[in-house]
Design a protein around this ligand. Structure first.
Ligand SMILES: [Zn+2]
Length: 273
């Protein structure tokens, strides 16, 4: 499933090729994604120029000022965005094409949990799906002070708190596990029982982990142009995630697997307290 770093790398890869370009045509092959695609509205887009691509959580927000709004794309479980040559034949799961003068943006989504929606006006963050999202972990709003305040008095396990999208967006299972390892904190530690000093280290670890993943994906940015590549999962070097039963890279202790809210949590019982 594409996570925040993959979505951000999609944005970084696509933006230089598409911003300022006028849409020539829009081809919608299937409108029954997770929610119905507003075909009538999107059909008005050709002839309008794309001003920018923003990201909020795992949503990509495409601004068409002269058309009066924003196209909101979400990649769901299996979606990807690629730039293809305008004459490239579509595959079975290629549901939406945005045809620009020199390239075509193609949205592929085999499981169709993705979204293509429209929000009129200047603030796409008002859309009901986006309005209640938590803070962005790579923004100034996310800080040690913020994390300390969020954790104060909470009995919730710290990993569950990190993954609560109403508080903080984009920290999925892999990134939560890796951030907690970096900070030396057990995933099941009650949030309110962790010292301010350790939460400060955790805030830095979350940021560093996401930035490392984005940097790891940077090498795939070139794949957005005329190829079959695109945003898959990055080969992030995981220290604990997916490594149950293997030795910790730091101390050699066997990595443990526990279940929290039905999700797998990996940690080193010696490095993480
Ligand atoms: Zn260890």
């Amino acid at each position: 499933m594409p996570e925040l770093p993959e979505v951000e790398v999609s944005r970084l890869g696509l933006e230089p090729h598409l911003t300022g370009k006028t849409l020539r045509a829009l081809v919608l092959r299937r409108a029954d994604l997770r929610q119905p695609v507003p075909a009538r509205t999107l059909e008005r887009l050709p002839g309008h120029a794309l001003a920018q691509i923003r990201r909020r959580g795992k949503y990509l927000l495409w601004h068409w000022p002269t058309a009066g709004g924003w196209l909101i794309l979400h990649l769901g479980m299996s979606g990807s965005l690629r730039l293809v040559s305008p004459d490239a034949p579509p595959g079975k799961h290629d549901h939406l094409d945005l045809v620009f003068p020199e390239t075509t943006l193609r949205f592929r989504d085999p499981r169709r949990f993705g979204l293509a929606l429209w929000q009129a006006g200047d603030t796409p963050e008002m859309h009901p799906l986006l309005a209640r999202l938590g803070v962005e972990p790579l923004s100034d709003a996310f800080s040690a002070a913020w994390l300390i305040q969020e954790c104060a008095g909470k009995t919730t396990a710290i990993k569950s708190l990190l993954m609560d999208a109403h508080r903080l967006v984009g920290v999925g299972n892999i990134y939560a596990a890796e951030s907690l390892f970096r900070a030396g904190i057990r995933p099941d530690r009650p949030a309110g029982a962790i010292s301010a000093q350790r939460l400060t280290a955790l805030a830095e670890a979350v940021r560093a982990t996401l930035q490392a993943a984005i940097a790891a994906g940077g090498s795939s940015v070139r794949d957005y142009v005329h190829s079959d590549g695109g945003a898959g999962s990055f080969q992030l070097q995981c220290a604990v995630y997916g490594r149950a039963g293997q030795p910790c890279m730091t101390c050699g202790t066997t990595i443990r697997l526990i279940r929290q809210n039905g999700r797998a949590s990996f940690y080193c019982p010696r490095c993480q307290r």
